[in-house]
Design a protein around this ligand. Structure first.
Ligand code: AMP
Length: 240
């Protein structure tokens, strides 16, 4: 029988730091990440046929239809080879809950944790208005809190940084409305039906503080997960 792997869902409003947290966790272990917003945005940037269908929703700050989200996520999940899979920003609506569980079943994944990030509106707005992304390698910066060494240029690949089209204030307001209307009821579902594995985290702190808190709690929830910053090398581990 196939070995059961572990799925962790990260939810939270725009600017709560979902992707930053997911990337930091991924860097620490045998973990694959599924970044819903970025996978969809990537199709748009590459101007694929799918991207052309996605774009009008994404630039308006609305939810992309679930069938399109499912296609993008299912394709990425095929390539996920980690022992743990982190879902960033999926599911986001009642319709997507069913899709999540179907995908988990197909990929022998067990839902191990649902982490809901809560953030104050002012903090979220500062993060969103300061956010710049590298369209070439996907790195994320913040002009106030994590600026690149040279203004407007990606430290990692030299790409020209840009503001996300949907990070403009009018669109951000719509994204918050959508979160309240569609995603909060989804959070409620997990709280009610999966209360033992669902918990909330304040995301007002620095990304590093949040990372440490979430890492320790995830290690408790999933004992085979080692999220220490410098885990012992494989050769140092006992052989049994
Ligand atoms: P994010 O980067 O998570 O803020 O997502 C950016 C945008 O991508 C959202 O405003 C939506 O337009 C779209 N999006 C991301 N995740 C989903 C999802 N699970 N379902 C539908 N649309 C999504």
């Amino acid at each position: 029988m196939a070995e059961n792997k572990c799925a962790v869902v990260i939810m939270g409003p725009p600017g709560s730091g979902k992707t930053t947290l997911v990337r930091s966790l991924t860097a620490r272990g045998r973990i694959s990440e599924i970044e819903a917003g970025n996978l969809l945005g990537d199709e748009v940037r590459r101007d694929t046929p799918l991207g052309r269908q996605i774009r009008p929703y994404q630039v308006a700050g609305e939810l992309v239809p679930s069938e399109l989200v499912q296609q993008v996520i299912a394709a990425r999940l095929e390539k996920a080879d980690g022992q743990f899979v982190l879902f960033d920003g999926f599911p986001r609506s009642a319709a997507q809950i069913g899709i999540l569980f179907q995908l988990l079943k197909e990929h022998h994944l067990q839902l191990c944790a649902v982490i809901v990030l809560n953030v104050e509106l002012q903090t979220a707005l500062e993060r969103i208005t300061g956010r710049r992304i590298c369209p070439d390698c996907g790195a994320i910066y913040n002009v106030y809190t994590e600026p690149p060494q040279q203004a407007g240029i990606c430290d990692r690949c030299g790409g020209k940084l840009m503001q996300r089209e949907d990070d403009r204030l009018e669109v951000v307001q719509e994204r918050f409305k959508v979160y309240e209307r569609d995603t909060i009821p989804t959070v409620e579902f997990f709280r009610k039906e999966f209360g033992l594995v669902t918990w909330e985290e304040s995301a007002n702190s620095t990304p590093d503080e949040l990372l440490e808190r979430v890492s320790r709690r995830l290690e408790k929830a999933v004992p085979q997960l080692d999220l220490r910053e410098n885990p012992p090398a494989r050769d140092d581990l006992p052989s049994h």
